[in-house]
Design a protein around this ligand. Structure first.
Ligand SMILES: Cc1cc2nc3c(=O)[nH]c(=O)nc-3n(C[C@H](O)[C@H](O)[C@H](O)COP(=O)(O)OP(=O)(O)OC[C@H]3O[C@@H](n4cnc5c(N)ncnc54)[C@H](O)[C@@H]3O)c2cc1C
Length: 481
């Protein structure tokens, strides 16, 4: 039987990039504190939280993906994820493993711009800088990709006119390290935890440990109830602070299960409506696959970014196809690196009615309150999708020849970027769940983390922003405790 502590200073629920950011900042700034991270899923890698793409053996990688796909009988989503099920967001998915979705992600880390930004956070840029440090973000991982400059030149001609300097076409910042031998190492929560956390003897990570309840007494969070999924044992762990970083669906689920039910809980749910297309680059010759890279993401065409602007309210990423969800025709044998996938994400028309609801009687595969999604695309969303499809066609004709007649619009939930369900706000006015430091309104000592905290309608990939918000929350705990 595993030993669980009776008490810690900070209990962190969830070991994805956002939970890991709390552990890291607190390990760096307050090594005197006792920290515990509880993670429902299994340990996949050493160091804990490593990205599965860094597992060289394909069979071992596939095993690690399967082990992340939730309780028995879950329906598989993208590799490493399992589907929530239901009609509201048919493609909504989650990962349950040390490192969370951050062990499976594409690692694109664009900064929010224009109305994506959170206007009431004056130090947002400083927080984003810090998030880039934690995630190991670089815009230079594909600097030597031979087609990359040409891809960007063609995209720039189509999109740059009229844009401010910081919103022009550019290389996508990625949480990827490029070693001198050319090997790519993808950042997962392992990079966010970093040596500071791994060396911190006062931090312990508990895999296969499901938190079933945040303990709240007299309006104050005072610990967590943990179920050891290895032997079924229940453990009460007292804590001065509790951080729930259990993704944008399961963070509100745990609050609900704990009787913390502010009016905005689960509401303002937004996923980024997504359009994809595939293009064969015009006038580029075949190249050998770079034999140095252990990842299949080839270094020929790199990853390019068309940033969000208020005038063109979508975010585009153009990348080598094996990293995008567009299937190739079975008989298509392209020159390596000459086919790129285009993924365009829209900012949702954010509404309180779009929500995840919880059932006090039915249970999910972990015995937690079952979730049901109420979600609808509005007329504005349909118009945004029309505009995104037009922009994708424009990008495609700038780049080369599309492989299909029309861009594909993915089903709701496919972006894997769910936001808003525990959103941050400036005031406790019923439209937000937490304050600008991610502290839940009305419950002392309780923080929330993850994409659910983001209050704005973003189209850019959200993890950099949510890690930035986690940095602010962790700094607050470090100051206060
Ligand atoms: C294929 C794929 C590609 C993606 N690409 C990108 C990208 O390019 N850029 C980007 O920004 N984002 C991307 N994402 C999304 C990104 O991975 C997430 O935004 C990020 O992982 C969120 O971090 P998090 O820590 O909030 O949550 P997660 O990483 O989801 O981690 C939450 C953890 O909490 C655990 N948990 C849940 N409930 C409990 C409980 N009750 N007790 C204990 N533990 C619990 C879960 O098991 C999970 O491990 C992608 C995701 C996938 C799957």
């Amino acid at each position: 039987m595993r030993a669980f502590p009776d008490a810690v200073d900070v209990a962190i629920v969830g070991s994805g990039p956002c939970g890991a950011a709390y552990a890291r900042i607190l390990s760096e700034t307050r090594p005197d504190l006792r920290l515990a991270t509880f993670e429902a899923g299994p340990l996949l890698a050493d160091p804990p939280g490593g990205h599965v793409k860094n597992i060289a053996d394909p069979a071992a990688r596939e095993r690690a993906q399967r082990r992340s796909e939730g309780p028995g009988g879950s329906r598989r989503g993208r590799p490493g994820t399992f589907l929530l099920g239901g009609e509201g967001l048919p493609a909504a998915a989650m990962s349950t493993n040390v490192g969370g979705m951050g062990a499976h992600w594409t690692a694109a880390c664009p900064r929010p711009g224009d109305s994506e930004r959170i206007g009431f956070l004056p130090d947002l840029d400083d927080l984003l800088d810090e998030a880039e440090r934690l995630l190991g973000v670089s815009a230079h991982a594909f600097d030597d990709a031979p087609f990359a400059a040409e891809v960007r030149k063609r995209l720039a001609a189509a999109f740059d006119p009229g844009r401010s300097e910081d919103r022009r076409v550019r290389p996508m910042p990625l949480a990827v390290r490029c070693d001198p031998d050319g090997a790519l190492t993808w950042s997962g929560a392992d990079v966010v935890f970093g040596e500071a956390t791994r060396r911190n003897e006062r931090h312990t990570l508990f895999p296969e440990a499901l938190v079933t309840r945040v303990l709240v007494e007299d309006g104050r969070a005072c610990g967590v109830l943990v179920r050891d999924l290895r032997d079924g044992g229940e453990h009460e762990v007292r804590a001065a602070r509790v951080v729930v970083a259990a993704d944008a669906l399961r963070t509100p689920q745990l609050l609900w299960a704990s009787g913390v039910r502010p009016a905005a809980l689960g509401r303002y749910l937004n996923d980024q409506p997504q359009v994809v297309f595939a293009v064969r680059l015009r006038d580029v010759g075949p190249l050998e696959i770079d034999p140095r890279g252990r990842s299949r993401i080839v270094r020929q065409s790199g990853v390019s970014w068309v940033p969000f602007t208020d005038a063109e309210p979508f975010h585009g990423q153009v990348m080598q196809l094996d990293a995008s969800p567009v299937p190739l025709a079975p008989d298509d044998v392209p020159a390596p690196g000459s086919i790129v996938g285009l993924g365009w994400f829209c900012a949702k028309d954010v509404r309180a009615e779009d929500r995840v609801e919880f059932d006090d009687t039915a249970r999910d595969g972990y015995g937690m309150p079952a979730m049901r999604i109420q979600y609808r695309l509005t007329v504005r969303d349909e118009a945004a999708l029309d505009a995104a499809r037009a922009a994708v066609r424009r990008a495609a004709s700038a780049l080369g020849e599309p492989l299909d007649d029309e861009p594909i619009t993915l089903p709701p939930g496919a972006s894997l970027h769910y936001q808003g369900t525990v959103r941050m706000g400036r005031a406790d006015d019923g439209t937000s769940v937490c304050d600008p430091s991610s502290r839940v309104w009305g419950v002392e000592g309780l923080h929330v983390a993850g994409n659910g905290v983001i209050p704005t309608a973003t189209a850019c990939n959200p993890t950099l922003t949510s890690v930035a918000l986690a940095v602010a929350g962790a700094r607050r705990i470090a100051e206060e405790i």
